[in-house]
Design a protein around this ligand. Sequence first.
Ligand code: ADP
Ligand code: MG
Length: 295
Amino acid sequence: MPFTQHEQQQSNSAQNITPKTRFGGEAMKEPRILAIANQKGGVGKTTTAVNLSTALAAVGKKVLLIDLDPQGNATTGFGIRRSSLRVSTYDVLFGEADILDVAQETNIPRLSVAPSSVHLSGAEIELVTEERREFRLKEALDRPLPYDYIIFDCPPSLNLLTLNALVCTHSVVVPLQCEFFALEGLSHLTKTIERVRKAYNPELNIHGVLLTMFDKRNNLSGMVANDVREYFGDTVYKTVIPRNVRVSEAPSHGLPAIVYDMNCPGAKAYIHLAREILKREKTMMGGSETIGAAA
Ligand SMILES: Nc1ncnc2c1ncn2[C@@H]1O[C@H](COP(=O)(O)OP(=O)(O)O)[C@@H](O)[C@H]1O
Ligand SMILES: [Mg+2]
């Protein structure tokens, strides 16, 4: 069972393997950093972070998914038991552990996860009194690392955790649920991104807006999708993630939907999204990105 295997792997990595041997011989690079952000809860951030990371790894990229949500759904979505964590993203934020010590390899080749622990729920308040509190993640990640992509799963809030992610992110992926009020609160997010760009991170931009949980039997989904496309134009990805029960079942098996049922419509859509994102990357970065190139 993958669950048990993973737990075995976890205890191995905790006890026997140091970051040096784990990444021995691996080329260090400047990873591209994408944040999956929207302060609304339940819009598909975690599902997108988990499945996009898996799909990017599947097409040959070395990927680190960093779980920044105290709820830890991206962590448990990979079958990682939070109660047994020695170190987590909390320790990275407070300079108490190196990101390579926190990153755990998953059963998926090329994909590692930096898990979140329950301690993260206190981090926001604890950070307030810290010096350079917006730069904690930037300081932890601003160096060559053995990944092509780092993906942040952000909490459902524009708090200091999300701010830390935005300060070191290149580009933001914004999932929008195809429901009434999809656009509500979005100007708050775009203004925050603008503010972070001006104050801390001139590179920051919106990579794209992703329509999630699209239900083709529901007229409202189509109307919302049209509204969003009218408002955001080409920023909206062509790929739309359908509402699909297999996608919602997968986390309870500790697996990304793409591994749980690679032929379900949701999994196929996320693989499609990864390709679209890599294509957009090529345009954004002036042609230096390649689709499916092994790292
Ligand atoms: N495409 C989808 N089809 C069906 N259920 C989905 C889909 N995407 C997300 N869900 C479910 O919706 C809920 C919220 O998704 P989640 O990714 O956790 O959102 P967020 O991280 O923004 O809070 C979860 O129960 C998840 O399994
Ligand atoms: Mg989430």
